[in-house]
Design a protein. Structure first.
Length: 273
């Protein structure tokens, strides 16, 4: 009976993995085909081609959008996690009048649940008044607004597990409040910082709506919008688009492999709390 259960689990896991990975494999194989093979629907080929990749990398706009995506995602991750850990620390350690701590957490959760499209027009008008449209700063600000509530909710769970006595002991030894936070709290909360950073980076890297609304040229446009631009009025560049998607998902795939243990540890820690 145990053998049958084990075989059923293996088959189930294999089916899920196949369903998840098959689109990615199909996109990667498409990126290695020429235009004729793509149009006739040829599945297998004997000689993979790199023409679609060389075509993309030769385009200055594509490289600019790739750099924009990296700069915006990394900047947003740093700002959102830095603001999030400070805000979460204040909410956890300081009790406000009238149970405002719970109200603030609920308000942040509500902001995270709001559909981003409802914030698009107010954000566009606000950023336009400061001449920030079509800049990386505009995207970083927009993404930070969306991701800070998420970072706060993740980090406040980790911070609640840290005994206050550790900080009080550090203060007795001569540490200031800031010193206790930097030397005691941050090292302990590293798993939470890692989890929040990974998720914020992925959300920022994949974001499409605000990048489409707030940018108009390759000066600040990110790669998701650049991939969508492969759809033209009378023609779709399937090969270059598949190559662009393959390049786009590679950093996320590598990040997931490298940070897998830390991510699993952080999520398990959060669920246990």
């Amino acid at each position: 009976m145990r053998t049958i259960t084990k075989i059923a689990k293996i088959i189930g896991i294999g089916f899920v993995v196949t369903v998840v990975l098959s689109p990615l494999v199909w996109v990667f194989l498409t990126s290695l085909k020429d235009f004729k093979s793509i149009m006739v629907g040829k599945i297998f080929f004997f000689q993979p081609l790199l023409d679609n990749y060389t075509y993309l990398l030769a385009q200055e706009d594509f490289l600019k959008m790739l750099v924009n995506s990296a700069v915006v995602a990394l900047s947003t991750t740093f700002v959102a996690v830095a603001v999030g850990v400070l805000a979460a620390y204040e909410i956890v350690r300081y009790k406000l009048i009238g149970n405002l701590n719970s109200f603030i957490l609920g308000w942040l959760l509500l902001i995270r649940m709001i559909f981003p499209i409802t914030l698009a027009i107010p954000l566009y008008d606000l950023l336009r008044s400061y001449n920030l449209i079509n800049t990386r700063i505009a995207l970083v600000l927009a993404y930070t607004i969306l991701n800070v509530p998420y970072a706060v909710w993740i980090l406040q769970t980790f911070l609640r597990s840290i005994p206050v006595e550790l900080e009080e002991a550090a203060k007795v030894d001569g540490c200031s409040e800031l010193g206790a936070f930097l030397r005691i709290v941050l090292p302990i909360v590293k798993p939470g910082l890692g989890v929040a950073s990974i998720f914020v980076f992925i959300f920022s890297w994949n974001e499409f709506l605000f990048a489409l609304i707030l940018t108009s040229t390759s000066k600040a446009m990110t790669l998701p919008v650049g991939i969508a631009r492969q759809f033209q009025q009378y023609f779709v560049q399937w090969g270059p688009m598949a190559a662009a998607i393959s390049i786009f998902i590679t950093p996320i795939f590598i990040l997931a492999l490298v940070a897998q243990k830390h991510l699993l540890k952080g999520l398990t820690f959060q669920m246990l709390k």
